[in-house]
Design a protein around this ligand. Structure first.
Ligand SMILES: [Cu+2]
Length: 749
């Protein structure tokens, strides 16, 4: 009855919309569309190249930090569709990041003052590598503003670790990893005092300024164990190399020909350098301890000839190593290519031309320079592709991307753009095997000639350039709001293997089974003094318990477990006006703690559209005023005879529906068995899912039968309803199994 009314209302709304001034166009041919919109063949070709048909999959996953927003965007190339925002350094309400207890605790522990930082400064991410190639497992970010490092797990696209740097106050917002992700490198940016709170600023202020390079040890476990994690940064095994007060910039870790070396940019006043660090020597050295963190003093590194500087002609924007590790390139008004073999030779032979600040030896630039080339303007970035020795340079003011050969130093092509290009990215471009299809180009000063104005603050944009042929084409412009865009990375989609659900009861931040895991039928409310713990469950279309009573001033925690096994059955949870929000993906357990400081009745409900019966996922938190005295007996709400009879009827009706649903299930099961479903793994998985749902229904069945015997028709009805929910899910999985098997038998792929 209700559904019919809703349908009627909706149909009326659509009818009204259709009749009130919404222009309706007739079906058009491609020719019509081109003519009407003034599109050239080139426009249409560009559109087709990025078009993703329904069911199509992007070739690459792209990742870009939102800069000061402190989140990460996941998008697809070449469609440039945005898939997800992931909370990293700042809270993200939809995912409950920084709102539920588990993620809040992680963020607070990873902050200098045990608080939640509400922004970040994230620019250049690093994807984890195995043998110099992306393995699709982890992603790292540095927060320049609040000196933090974060690790995101690509199994579920969640941030698993945020660590506050124990020494640096200012970090360069970039991370790089060694070829097997044994070490995750982060450096300071602006010189600062270390562990500043203990410094007397009146005395020797200048001498207290330092910079440094940190090698975070990454415990690279391949699999999640029942009690462990799939890889974590271990602070206790990490090391910082102390440096004099240089301002540090972009850096890169050597591979193949450049293996074992870390190179980066260092500036002091008018002096500009590339630093070279033999990091394999550094991580093996004896350390001293500052603020509980292992430090290699500069003197020790000097003694071991583990560091040197190469003077640069000007302040460089970026420093990147070529895919096979033979050269590294720095860019300023000109582009300089350095030869790693020559650098290694100079280091080994100690052929130094002098000493710089802090007594660091200096290598003569000419002795290690392969050559320089000028592209007619300031170059912001370089990127590499699969074709041997080919690179791209973004010539900012000239609005050009130049394709060039870093071995011969010859220009081989260019594209003139209608914007000033800055940061560049080729999919897999920072690995030993970059791809050669696309070049993503950041456009920081989005030109409003080409876009609708949205006020003084403009979005960042990333352009997709087709570099597959001799001629380059600007295919698409992706605008990114809430994003101060810098560097990005992209990996082949097939390398990443995301999970669909967590093992039931997983604390997703630690990967462990939560002590607050709750299964169906075991929901409970525990009270000790003014501390109230609610152990609840979420499953279509029920939140259990439905009623929670607390006293004003109680400290209340909802520990909720999503019991769903089905794909994408995420439930959200909030208690109205109490400022907490959680996202519960299938299998996840998370907790929401707050002080029930306002009296009244506060509905709680599922915030995610999870099924057609989504609106039934609700309950109520009763906060009794202080000094409240109950007038009733047991506190249980007494039903009138009429209400009781109503529930009895509801219960009996539900039993009929249950019986009908069971008939459907039985027929599906019969068909599946006759057609040997067990020979098809994907079909079998769905059947296993269906059986699991039915097994769970045993507890509700026992309950509804028990309450019916006692004449408690409301409880009997609610439990029958719960039973029905499991049954519907079993039927749903069963029907999907049948459909899939039918397709297989008919040879549909
Ligand atoms: Cu829901």
């Amino acid at each position: 009855m209700l559904i019919t009314k809703r349908f009627l209302a909706l149909s009326l709304v659509f009818l009204l919309l259709a009749s009130v001034g919404v222009p309706v166009k007739a079906q058009q041919t491609l020719k019509d569309v081109k003519k009407e919109r003034g599109l050239s063949d080139a426009n249409v070709l560009a559109a087709v190249k990025t078009f993703m048909p329904r069911g199509g999959r992007d070739e690459y996953f792209g990742f870009v930090g939102t800069g000061n927003s402190g989140t990460m965007i996941v998008y697809g190339l070449p469609s440039m569709r945005i898939y997800k925002y992931v909370g990293v350094f700042s809270p993200e309400p939809w995912q409950g990041y920084g709102y539920d207890d588990e993620s809040s605790l992680m963020l607070k522990k990873g902050s200098l003052d045990d608080k939640i930082d509400w922004y970040g400064d994230m620019r250049f991410p690093a994807l984890s590598e195995t043998n110099g190639n992306y393995d699709g497992k982890h992603l790292f970010y540095s927060d320049g503003a609040n000196s933090r490092i974060a690790m995101i797990d690509l199994e579920d696209f969640e941030t698993k670790q945020v660590l506050s740097h124990p020494l640096f106050i200012s970090c360069y917002p970039e991370v790089a990893v060694t070829p097997n992700t044994d070490w995750v490198v982060q450096t300071s940016q602006f010189p600062s005092t270390w562990n500043s709170r203990s410094v007397d600023l009146k005395k020797n202020y200048d001498s207290k300024l330092k910079s440094g390079i940190t090698f975070w040890y990454f415990h690279n476990v391949k699999k999640v164990t029942k009690t462990g994690h799939a890889g974590r940064i271990l602070k206790e095994k990490s090391i910082t190399l102390e440096l004099p007060p240089y301002t540090l910039g972009y850096f890169d870790v050597g591979k193949m020909a450049g293996d074992g070396l870390l190179v980066g940019l260092a500036d002091k006043g008018d002096n500009h350098y590339a630093y070279v660090v033999d990091y394999k020597k550094i991580v093996g050295m004896k350390t001293t301890e500052i603020n509980g963190f292992a430090v290699v003093p500069l003197a020790k590194a000097l003694k071991a000839d583990a560091i040197a500087l190469i003077p640069l002609p000007a302040k460089a924007n970026i420093l990147k190593i070529t895919p096979k590790g033979k050269y590294f390139i720095t860019v300023d008004d000109q582009t300089n290519v350095f030869d790693f073999a020559k650098v290694k030779k100079a280091l080994a032979g100690k052929t130094f031309s002098g000493k710089a600040d802090g007594g660091i030896p200096v290598i003569d630039t000419k002795a290690v320079l392969h050559g320089s080339v000028n592209f007619g303007g300031n170059v912001i970035d370089v990127a590499f592709e699969y074709r041997p020795d080919i690179a791209y340079a973004s010539v900012h003011n000239a609005k050009k991307i130049v394709r060039w050969n870093y071995k011969t130093l010859k220009k081989t092509g260019e594209i003139t753009l209608d914007f000033m290009p800055s940061y560049l990215m080729v999919p897999q471009g920072l690995t030993e095997t970059p791809q050669s299809n696309y070049l993503a180009v950041v456009d920081k000063e989005v030109d409003y000639k080409h876009l609708q104005s949205v006020g003084p603050v403009r979005p960042s944009a990333q352009h997709l350039i087709d570099i597959s042929g001799d001629k380059m084409y600007d295919l698409y412009t992706m605008t990114l709001p809430q994003c101060n865009m810098y560097g990005s990375v992209a990996v082949l989609r097939t390398i990443i293997k995301p999970i669909i659900r967590y093992p039931t009861g997983t604390n997703s931040r630690t990967g462990e089974i939560s002590p607050f895991k709750t299964v169906a039928g075991k929901e409970k409310i525990e009270r000790k003094g003014n501390r109230v713990h609610i152990f609840g469950t979420l499953i279509r279309s029920h939140i259990t318990p439905e009623i929670v009573q607390v006293n004003q001033g109680d400290i209340v925690t909802f520990h909720l477990t999503n019991l769903e096994l089905a794909e994408d059955e995420t439930h959200g949870f909030t208690v109205d006006t109490y400022g907490k929000h959680g996202s519960f993906e299938p299998g996840k357990t998370a907790s929401l703690t707050f002080v029930a400081n306002r009296e009244g009745a506060f509905p709680y409900y599922c915030t995610e559209f999870c099924s057609a019966l989504h609106l039934e996922m609700e309950g109520i938190l009763m906060v009794k005023p202080k000094n409240y005295k109950a007038t009733g007996g047991s506190g249980e709400i007494q039903l009138t005879a009429k209400q009781l009879a109503g529930y009895k009827k509801d219960y009996e009706d539900k039993l009929k529906v249950i019986a009908q649903t069971q008939d459907v299930i039985n027929s599906v099961v019969k068909w599946l068995k006759e057609n040997h479903y067990e020979n098809y793994p994907y079909v079998k998985a769905l059947v296993v899912d269906a059986v699991a749902q039915l097994n769970k229904a045993a507890v509700p069945k026992a309950n509804y039968e028990k309450f019916a015997k006692q004449g408690k028709w409301k409880q009997a009805f609610l439990w029958a309803e719960q039973y029905f929910q499991y049954q519907v899910k079993a039927a749903d999985s069963g029907l999907r199994a049948k459909k899939l098997l039918k397709e297989k038998l008919e040879g549909i792929k």
